[in-house]
Design a protein around this ligand. Structure first.
Ligand code: ZN
Length: 472
């Protein structure tokens, strides 16, 4: 008993130097943090993170950085008028600390303007950066600078972006650049932004060169390996250098494509997007190691997407996440290949079979390969091919059966990703969001404020207290 006591005492004592930077729950008022990072995995909840953990374990690799942060909690996500939220209402809750209705950005249900943590930080003399792997006017990033009753009003959201005056924006192109007041890129340049449209100009950016920077470049899925893209980790590294200043900064980085891959029920693509997101957190974490008393990193999701489950009736108590390695391209790229075949009049089972084998590792040869397709799985693919052949108009006929089977995606592509997921011991039950709470993790100064069970509005409200002016 005494030996056990001393072992525990020594173990706790050894942890103390770590706890100094991480702290535990306590009052946050008047204790601003110089460098505040918020990472949002769109559509990322417990299943997405646990899938990565198990996949990496099978490959004998370290778990994600985000899964190894010391402070952890669960975060509820419902919005004002629905149990299942969307990225606009969830983003508003996280950014502004207030609940709103589905689809609304930066306003409460009565239409009253809510101030975001990015706006509070900027008002307090800090520099602000907003980065995403999807378009920079998409709902999650927009929740930090826009105030609009509809997330779909892209032109007005773009105007809000320019009016924010935040120091750095990075992501894919505006969804609606042209509008009544002119082209958003021209307006941004007139508003003092240095507008960057390709990676080489981004790489050449130096701190102090521009007061305001807008990087708007194409962004494809990590699994498709396009090195003309700027990875989230590259963005994070650059933005830290661009924003560092004596008054501190607030940086939000969104892994927006995690959500899109989960909408499409593409587990292998979602996995790679979480890895790319995690690599960006790793950059901030390394920076934090250099500034442990001045850095806070918060990682959360806005909602779960796809109703991903780590278990499937066909594999019972067995799991094979490592089988996702066999997928080579995203659902998006595979759908483009199928579309091309359809346009060329060559979309046949004989043409599709080798593509399925090459892109997903699924075998049609009846071998004893664990990814060999059974007769019924091949029949599912043939039925899906028939639906794919019918073309897009038929797919959007909103028939309940098609909607449940394929969502709005190419039937053959969705069926291939579903079969691979099932063989990996995974299930998907929706093409939309779910109400599962998300997993929030934190490290650094004031990290303890994010411990335990919270609501998504708590994250915004606590962050707003941490971006007040630094004490002299
Ligand atoms: Zn979302």
């Amino acid at each position: 008993m005494i030996k056990k006591f001393w072992t525990m005492f020594l173990a706790v004592g050894m942890m103390c130097p770590l706890l100094r930077a991480e702290e535990t729950a306590g009052p946050v008022e008047n204790h601003p943090v110089k460098y505040v990072f918020l990472f949002i995995g769109d559509g990322m909840s417990l299943p997405q993170r646990m899938l990565c953990r198990e996949y990496l374990r099978r490959l004998q690799r370290d778990d994600l950085r985000i899964n190894r942060l010391p402070v952890n909690g669960m975060t509820t996500t419902r919005c004002s008028n629905r149990l299942i939220t969307d990225s606009a209402a969830a983003g508003t809750a996280i950014a502004c600390g207030g609940k709103t209705n589905y689809g609304v950005l930066g306003l409460d249900p009565a239409g009253k303007r809510l101030e975001s943590v990015a706006e509070v930080a900027h008002r307090n003399g800090r520099k602000v950066g907003i980065v995403t792997s999807v378009s920079i006017d998409h709902a999650t990033p927009a929740a930090f600078y826009a105030h609009n009753p509809s997330r779909g009003n892209y032109y007005d959201i773009g105007r809000d972006l320019i009016a924010s005056g935040f120091e750095f924006f990075g992501g894919a192109d505006f969804l609606q650049a042209k509008g009544k007041d002119g082209d958003l890129y021209d307006l941004a340049a007139r508003g003092g932004y240095r507008v960057i449209r390709d990676k080489s100009a981004f790489v050449a950016l130096k701190p102090g060169e521009a007061a305001r920077t807008l990087v708007s470049c194409p962004f494809s899925y990590a699994i498709d390996g396009d090195d003309t893209n700027i990875a989230l980790a590259e963005y994070t590294e650059k933005v830290i250098a661009m924003l560092d200043n004596p008054h501190g900064f607030f940086l939000m980085v969104e892994g927006g494509k995690i959500d899109w891959a989960c909408h499409a029920n593409d587990a292998a693509t979602a996995l790679r997007e979480v890895f790319a997101f995690d690599a960006a957190v790793e950059v901030a974490y390394r920076f934090g190691q250099q500034h442990p008393d001045d850095t806070l990193i918060v990682v959360t999701g806005d909602h779960e997407t796809g109703a991903l489950t780590l278990g499937f009736a066909g594999t019972a108590y067995s799991s094979y996440p490592e089988r996702l390695q066999r997928q080579r391209i995203s659902y998006e790229k595979f759908s483009q290949q199928l579309k091309q075949l359809r346009q060329d009049g060559k979309l046949t089972w004989e043409a599709v079979k080798p593509l399925i084998e090459k892109n997903f590792g699924l075998k049609c040869d009846g071998s004893d390969d664990p990814l060999a397709l059974t007769a019924s799985e091949q029949e599912r693919l043939r039925q899906a091919l028939a639906r794919s052949l019918a073309g897009k108009d038929k797919l959007q006929d909103r028939q309940a059966e098609n909607r449940v089977l394929y969502g709005s995606y190419d039937p053959l592509c969705v069926t291939a990703t579903h079969i691979l997921a099932n063989k990996a011991g995974l299930g998907w039950n929706s093409f939309s969001h779910t109400s599962l709470p998300v997993w929030t993790s934190a490290w650094g100064r004031q990290a303890g404020c994010f411990n335990g069970m919270n609501d998504n509005t708590d994250i915004g409200n606590r962050l707003k207290l941490l971006v007040t002016p630094l004490r002299p």
